[in-house]
Design a protein around this ligand. Sequence first.
Ligand SMILES: [Zn+2]
Length: 361
Amino acid sequence: MTESLHPLLPAATPVLRLDDDLLQVGGVDGRAGLRVQPAGADVAALIRRLDGQRPERAVRAGAVADGVPAAVVDDLLAGLRSAGLVHDLAAADLLAADPGPAARARAAVELPAAVPAPGTGGRWRARRQSAVVVEGATRVGTPLAAVLAASGVGRVHVRDRGPTRAGDAVVGGAAAGDEGRPRALAAADAVRRASPLTDLRPLAPEAAVDLVVLCRPWAAADPLTAALHRAGTPHLVATVRGETGIVGPLVVPGAAGGCLRCAEAWRRDDDPAWPRLAAQLAAADAAPTGSTLTALFTALTAAVQVLAHLDGDDDPVTVGGALEMRPPEFLPRLRRWPAHPDCACGAARRSTPGPGPDADR
Ligand SMILES: [Zn+2]
C-alpha cells in the first residue's frame, strides 16, 4: 500500500477570481495556471486549504461535508496536479519537520522545491535524515553549509582547524566580526543563522556520512580523499581556484564515473611534473580566494549537486565531470573527467571506454 498523498498548494500561489463562478489558480509567473469552474466560495476555500497537512481522503471528506461533490474535488486535484501547481507530500515528510511554528514556516517555503513533481513525496524526509560533512570553512564551504541546512539537510558539520581571517568573511558565511575566531565556530554560527535547529555535531568516525564536500582548493592530493574512497563515502569537490569556481567531480565509490585520482592521472599524463606541483598546492593553507559572486555561484551550484545526490536523482551532472564558472558571465561549463585506465579505483573497468578528458585542463 502506498503512502497517502498530502496535497500542498504553496501559500504564495495566487488564487484569483475572474467572476462569481470562475477562479484562476497560478498562471502569472510564466508557468501553466488552471482556470476552475464551477468555483463558488466553497471551492475557493477548498483550494486555499490545500496546505499539505491533510491526506487526500481527508481533503475530499472535508469538501464533501461542505457540500462540494466528490467528483468536483477529484477533477480539481487532477487539474492542479497536471498543471504542476500541487505538490504531493508523503506523511513521512510531515513527520520530518522540526517542531514549532517558525520551523514550519521555514519548511513551507522549502518544500515546493524539495518535492517538485508527482512521485517525489518522501524526499524531504530523506534530506532531513541526511548527514553532510563540509571539509573546509572557506568562502565556498561556509555559505554552502548554510544553504544545505536551510534546504532541509538534517545534519551539517563543517570541519576546519584554522582561525578566521578577515578575507574569509562572505555573504551567508563567516561574518566580519568573526576574524580571529576558529573558522569551524564561525561556520557553525553561519549555519545557525540560516537554520537554527540543524544538527551541527561532528560525526563519530564510524558513522555513515551521506556525502563529504571538499572545499579546499586542491583536495585531490589530500590523503583524506583516499580515506573517503576506502570507506566508500561519496564526495564532491566544491572550491575556487584563482577566480574559477569548480564543482565536481562527484565521486560515488563503486559506481560509474571516475575519482579524483583519475583526474590527477589525466593531469599527470598531460604534465609529468604535475604530482610535485599538486603536493605543494595541497600542503599550503590557501589564502581566501574567490570574489563574493564567484564564491556564492560555486556554493549554490554545489548545493544543487549535493541535493541531487541526497534526493536520489539519477546521474547528477558532476558524476565524471566538473562544472566550472568564472567571471564575468559565470555561465557554467562542464569539463568531463572520465575514469583513467591506470587508476586503482577501477572505474575505467566498470564503464564503457570513451574519449579522454576535455582539452584545456
Ligand atoms: Zn580513479
